[in-house]
Ligand binder design. Structure first.
Ligand SMILES: Nc1nc(=O)c2c([nH]1)NC[C@@H]1CN(c3ccc(C(=O)N[C@@H](CCC(=O)O)C(=O)O)cc3)C=[N+]21
Length: 297
């Protein structure tokens, strides 16, 4: 039987609408809009498209977006100076520096300069540490979005076997911690894992975050598994195509014959990332203004 398609796009739209309502309440209570600063260095076209779509989402959710577009040859010093200015700016609740940065810039040093209480990406070591020890902090948007989809689909995850494929600081590691906090039994697999198919085959929940197009095959899945596909890979253009198709890390068609539920690409995890970014920004705004965040945000 074909798997249910987990509609991340629809879930994200619902979340964005709820956040937009709370953002209006925030404006009434705080006398200003919540604000997200987005910093983009360089001209990478994909990043530009992505930053523009964030800007639109922010405005649609009744928040302010402050875009800072710096030239590709910006110095580390100038970028750090901008981050310091945004840290000190009371109109700015959240700061996102679009990654990856050009090669001459140090991603880690720039992230370290962001005020952890404005780090709505959840990339600062203070927030990674808070997540690791179970304190309240900002959780990276993509894994938090994946957890929302899993909770919506499965409810209680206690005792379920989860396999996360990929160990990045941005997705794999925080994803594993969130699953552990939800009482799943968690395995983190990666490129050096021995016999990856047999590890994946024990999973009730598979989270694929390796960045390799269609690498995870249908016959690796336990029948009935729930599959969350974080990968966004563009295939080379086929004959007559202008651009290649977007595909995930999971071989979707065949996998959807074995899984009980699976996220598509596009329209799965990607839209959740942006919706959670708005949510994290509003959480930051309430804290910054010294106001209690609404229940459910
Ligand atoms: N500091 C920082 N934080 C980020 O969160 C961050 C970043 N840097 N750098 C780039 C990546 C990429 N990323 C995406 C988010 C949503 C979609 C998304 O909505 N994708 C659509 C498809 C869009 C399309 O058609 O191209 C979907 O999956 O349905 C994609 C990519 C966030 N990133």
């Amino acid at each position: 039987m074909a798997a249910d398609r987990i509609d991340g796009k629809a879930f994200a739209e619902g979340l964005r609408t709820r956040v937009g309502g709370w953002a209006s309440d925030f404006e009434g209570a705080a006398g200003r809009k919540a604000g997200l600063a987005v910093v983009l260095v360089g001209e990478d076209p994909a990043s530009q498209v992505y930053v523009r779509s964030k800007g639109k989402a922010v405005a649609a959710a009744n928040m302010n977006g402050f875009e800072h577009h710096l030239p590709a040859d910006t110095s580390q010093e100038d970028l750090l100076a901008l981050v310091e200015r945004l840290n000190a700016d009371d109109a700015v609740d959240g700061i996102l520096v679009q990654l990856p940065l050009p090669d001459h810039l140090d991603d880690q040093a720039v992230i370290a300069a962001i005020d952890p209480d404005k780090d709505v990406d959840g990339f600062h070591v203070a927030n990674a540490g808070r997540l690791a020890v179970g304190q309240t902090g900002f959780v990276p948007c993509t894994p938090l979005g994946c957890m929302m989809l899993l909770a919506d689909r499965l409810g209680d995850l206690s005792g379920l076997e989860a396999v996360v494929i990929g160990r990045s600081n941005i997705v794999g590691k925080p994803m594993a911690q969130l699953l552990l906090d939800a009482n799943a039994t968690v395995t983190i697999a990666h490129s050096r894992t021995k016999d990856l198919p047999s590890v994946v085959r024990r999973a009730d929940i598979v989270v694929a975050a390796v960045g390799r197009a269609e690498m995870i095959k249908a016959d690796w899945l336990k029948p009935g598994a729930t599959v969350i596909d974080v990968g966004i890979n563009r295939l080379p253009p086929a004959d007559g195509e202008e651009r290649g198709r977007l595909v995930g890390d999971v071989d979707y068609g065949p996998a959807s014959e074995i899984a009980s539920a699976i996220t598509p690409v596009p329209g799965g995890v990607g839209p959740m990332t942006i919706a959670v970014l708005l949510r994290n920004t509003l959480v930051a705004a309430y804290a910054h203004a010294g106001l209690d965040a609404p229940e459910g945000l």
